[in-house]
Design a protein around this ligand. Structure first.
Ligand SMILES: C[S@@+](CC[C@H](N)C(=O)[O-])C[C@H]1O[C@@H](n2cnc3c(N)ncnc32)[C@H](O)[C@@H]1O
Length: 213
């Protein structure tokens, strides 16, 4: 898996104070979740646990990451958050081994752009989410226009190598789960100045998949 090696090396980088570059997405999702009562949440690719600060009190969290170094740092950060109960473990976001329909909410920040099989991550998020539950996925999606095409061409390989997240992904990636979810909204997040480097997709899992009896 291409990201294994990168993220074992990058745990220190993502542990920098506040995870500044990716904080915008955590903040927006935190506001979306603020009114949830004791939600049962799964986070795919939790990294060093910067998102822990944005979950509502009473959250019952299962957080997984492919990198043991990231999970170790997330455990250290968890000690600062007695208001949430968390099970943090090493695991693969594309094959979590978590049960079907088990979580009220599934979140994943800046992981879809780095896994080998992003479609499988989306299907896995749908599988473990309860019918009617919400799925929040942060990742950069292409935008129309020459400026964005130039940005992608210039940044994708560089960003993937040095920061570990890519900048090239078409929104039709979500077509693989369109039968199972409604897209609630797309929100630009993680701004550098006025330029958003990521998109948050908010999805709701349908009570019944399209075409089901
Ligand atoms: C760009 S970092 C984002 C970290 C964290 N989500 C955040 O927002 O601060 C990507 C994370 O995905 C993890 N990752 C990469 N591939 C993964 C996989 N297949 N399963 C689980 N985690 C994975 C990396 O170890 C890393 O922690």
């Amino acid at each position: 898996m291409k990201t294994d090696f990168i993220y074992r090396q990058l745990a220190w980088l993502y542990d920098y104070p506040g995870g500044v570059l990716l904080r915008g997405g955590h903040v927006v999702v935190g506001k979306e979740l603020a009114k949830e009562q004791n939600p049962k949440i799964a986070e795919l690719g939790i990294g060093p646990g910067h998102s822990l600060a944005y979950y509502p009190a009473g959250t019952e969290l299962t957080g997984i990451d492919i990198s043991p170094e990231m999970i170790e740092k997330a455990h250290e950060r968890l000690a600062e958050h007695p208001e949430i109960q968390a099970d943090l473990r090493v695991g693969d976001a594309t094959n979590t081994l978590l049960p079907d329909n088990a979580f009220d909410i599934v979140v994943s920040f800046s992981v879809i752009t780095v896994v080998d099989h992003p479609e499988t991550l989306l299907k896995e998020a749908v599988r473990i989410c309860k019918p009617g539950g919400k799925i929040y996925i942060v990742g950069r999606l292409d935008r129309p226009g020459v400026g964005d095409a130039i940005f992608r061409a210039l940044t994708h390989e560089f960003s993937l190598f040095f920061l570990g997240f890519g900048t090239k992904m078409h929104k039709n990636i979500y077509n693989v789960i369109s039968r199972y979810v409604d897209i609630v909204k797309r929100v630009p997040v993680n701004h550098v100045g006025s330029f958003p480097i990521s998109d948050l997709m908010i999805l709701r899992k349908k009570d019944k998949p399209l075409g089901a009896e």
